[in-house]
Structure formats: structure tokens, C-alpha cells
Unconditional design. Structure first.
Length: 339
């Protein structure tokens, strides 16, 4: 009997939001909460999937998984993208990550499924950047969410004690110290589940960014310059300005962390939030109320995190600030792995 367990962590993105699909910069860290997939021997050529948290099951042919909707799309897509040889398996999924809360439960699930299926089949893990791309294809083509690579890279490359700066153009990954001392990072659910699928605000923003690039004749908004912004019609000018300034804020945040200037990091989180709200139009009233509540409670910075249009708020609390009852403390944890 072969039995393997794989863990895919969720992630917090400190700053650098809606920059990944624009080939810009991000500063995430893998967290100590995530999804665990246990693979044990199953009927030959078949996968049976048990989603413990949902109380639901699925079964499919490993050689030719048929598309499905909802959570069932993940294991089918991962098996199809990994391709043969895969041993028949029972895949048990359980997790400690709320769905749709901006902590990237989807990427955590993809990564854990991939590592579990590979490990159970006795196959070598591929290069982790390739694995991130594979998981991202599953999300784009099987699940139907046109998300970028941020979440998968954060889950696969998280550093035990720090954040990572990712350059989404060449996928260069640089460790960044995250020494918080008595400061704390927490996430607070706004209560609105965000939606990244076709027809969502997320999809609309992606299309707007592509349109801005077409008009400017540049490959990605990573290349946008100050003088280009004024040439774009509304609202594309505001979308481009967000990306231009958010990239700069990522490097300012790296500098602040290197100097251990956490007050400055807080100011950058606030600036990122204002930009996502006013230039990117990615906030909703419940997120605004959550950010205002965190700031009123003494947060040095608070911002919406992830795809936006709902989900979680990230707040940086100075020493002595009260942690609200509904806040989840988040700390960096190790990257995805076999347990
Ligand atoms: C979601 C997506 C990521 C990224 C963020 C916004 O989390 O999955 O690819 O685009 O939104 O920064």
C-alpha cells in the first residue's frame, strides 16, 4: 500500500496586487494554513476524490478525465495536465483555508493535488516554475478562472521565514526578510465571497489591461510609462496608473522590510488599498467597512488582498494593538511539500 500526503499552503500577498498578469512585481508569502491531499491506492486507472470539508465525492478515469464544474474540475484538470503514468488513487482532500477569502485556496488545492498524485505514482517532481504553470493552466482551462501565476508561485516557493519578491516577467524569485518583531499581520474576512470566474470583475480588469496594451503597442502594462498613462482613455488610464505605481510600491516595501521600517510598510499597504479602490475599482462596500474598522482599531495599514471584489483584508497591527476577534493571524510558513 502506497500512501502519500501533500500539503499546499495558502498565501498572503503583502503588496503587488493585480500586477501578476501584467508581468509586474508581487511580494507574497506562503502561510501556515493550506490544503492537505492524501493519496492512497485505488482502483487501477481511476481516481476517486473525497472532499471531506464539503462532504462530497468524485470519480473519473485517469487516462481521460472529463471536464466538470466546481471543485471537481481541480483533480480532473491536474490529472489530465500531469498525464500518464498515474497510479489509480483515492485522493482525500481536507483543509484549513476558507474558500473565496483571498487566501488562495484554489492554488493550494492544485499544488497539493499535483504533489500527491506525482508522489503516489513514484514520479519526480518537475521544475517548480513548470509546476506552477501547469497548475495555472488547470485554473484557466479546467476551472475557468483567468488568474495569473502569483498564487501558485507563492505556494510552491514560499520561504520559511520570509516573503518573496517575484518578478512576473522572468519569474525571478528573491527572498525578502519579514521580521515583524512585536508587530502582527492578520487577515479579516469581509464576508463577501469573491468570484474570479468568467464574467467577473477580475476578468473585466484583465481585458481592460490587455486593451490598454493594444492601444499603447506594448507587450504588458509592466512597460507602461508615466507619459503613456495620459494617452489612454478613461478608465484604462486609471488601470495603467495602478499597475505603474503598484510595481513601485513593491520595491518600496522590499526596502522598508530590509530597513525594518514597519510603519512605512503600513503606509504602503494603505496606498495600495487606495489605488485598488480608486484607480482599479476593485473594492466593494463590505471590504471598505472592514478596512475602516481595522484602521479605526489602530492598524498601521490595511488593504484588500487578492483578486478583490470581496475576500479578505490584510492588516498590519503595531505592538499593543488589539487583535479583533474575527482576525486570523498569518505568519510565513514553508512551501508546498510532501509531508
Ligand atoms: C487573484 C489571482 C492572482 C492575482 C490576484 C491579484 O489572487 O489568483 O493571480 O491576479 O488575484 O493580484
Amino acid at each position: 500500500m502506497t500512501r502519500v500526503r501533500a500539503f499546499g499552503p495558502g498565501r498572503v500577498n503583502l503588496i503587488g496586487e493585480h500586477t501578476d498578469y501584467n508581468e509586474g512585481l508581487c511580494l507574497p508569502f506562503a502561510i501556515d494554513r493550506g490544503i492537505t491531499v492524501t493519496a492512497s491506492d485505488g482502483p487501477q486507472g481511476r481516481a476517486e476524490v473525497v472532499a471531506h470539508d464539503l462532504g462530497e465525492r468524485d470519480a473519473f478515469d485517469l487516462a481521460a478525465p472529463a471536464p466538470a464544474t466546481g471543485w471537481r474540475a481541480f483533480a480532473r484538470g491536474i490529472a489530465a495536465e500531469l498525464g500518464p503514468p498515474l497510479r489509480g488513487a483515492v485522493l482525500e482532500v481536507s483543509g484549513t483555508l476558507p474558500q473565496g477569502a483571498g487566501l488562495s485556496s484554489s492554488a493550494a488545492l492544485e499544488v497539493a493535488l499535483a504533489l500527491a498524485l506525482l508522489g503516489h505514482s513514484g514520479r519526480e517532481e518537475p521544475d517548480r516554475r513548470e509546476l506552477a504553470r501547469l497548475c495555472s493552466r488547470v485554473e484557466n482551462e479546467w476551472v475557468g478562472a483567468q488568474t495569473g501565476l502569483l498564487d501558485q508561485l507563492a505556494s510552491l516557493f514560499g520561504a520559511q521565514d520570509g516573503a518573496i519578491r517575484i518578478d512576473m516577467r522572468d519569474l525571478a524569485i528573491t527572498p525578502v526578510p519579514l521580521e515583524l518583531g512585536d508587530w502582527r499581520l492578520v487577515t479579516v474576512d469581509s464576508g463577501v465571497q469573491h468570484e474570479l470566474a468568467a464574467g467577473s470583475g477580475y476578468d473585466e480588469r484583465r481585458a481592460e489591461c490587455e486593451r490598454a496594451c493594444e492601444l499603447l503597442g506594448i507587450p504588458a502594462l509592466r512597460d507602461v510609462r508615466e507619459e503613456d498613462v495620459a494617452r489612454l482613455p478613461e478608465p484604462l488610464d486609471r488601470r495603467a496608473r495602478h499597475v505603474l505605481e503598484e510595481d513601485a510600491r513593491v520595491d518600496a516595501a522590499v526596502g522598508a522590510l530590509e530597513r525594518r521600517d514597519l510603519a512605512e510598510l503600513g503606509a504602503l499597504l494603505d496606498a495600495s488599498h487606495a489605488s485598488l479602490r480608486d484607480l482599479y475599482d476593485a473594492s466593494v462596500p463590505e471590504v471598505e467597512r472592514t478596512v475602516e474598522r481595522m484602521k479605526a482599531g489602530g492598524a498601521a495599514g490595511a488593504r484588500m488582498m487578492g483578486g478583490g471584489f470581496g475576500g479578505s483584508v490584510l492588516a498590519l497591527l503595531p505592538p499593543g494593538a488589539t487583535v479583533p476577534d474575527d482576525a486570523v493571524p498569518v505568519a510565513p510558513g514553508p512551501p508546498a511539500r510532501l509531508l
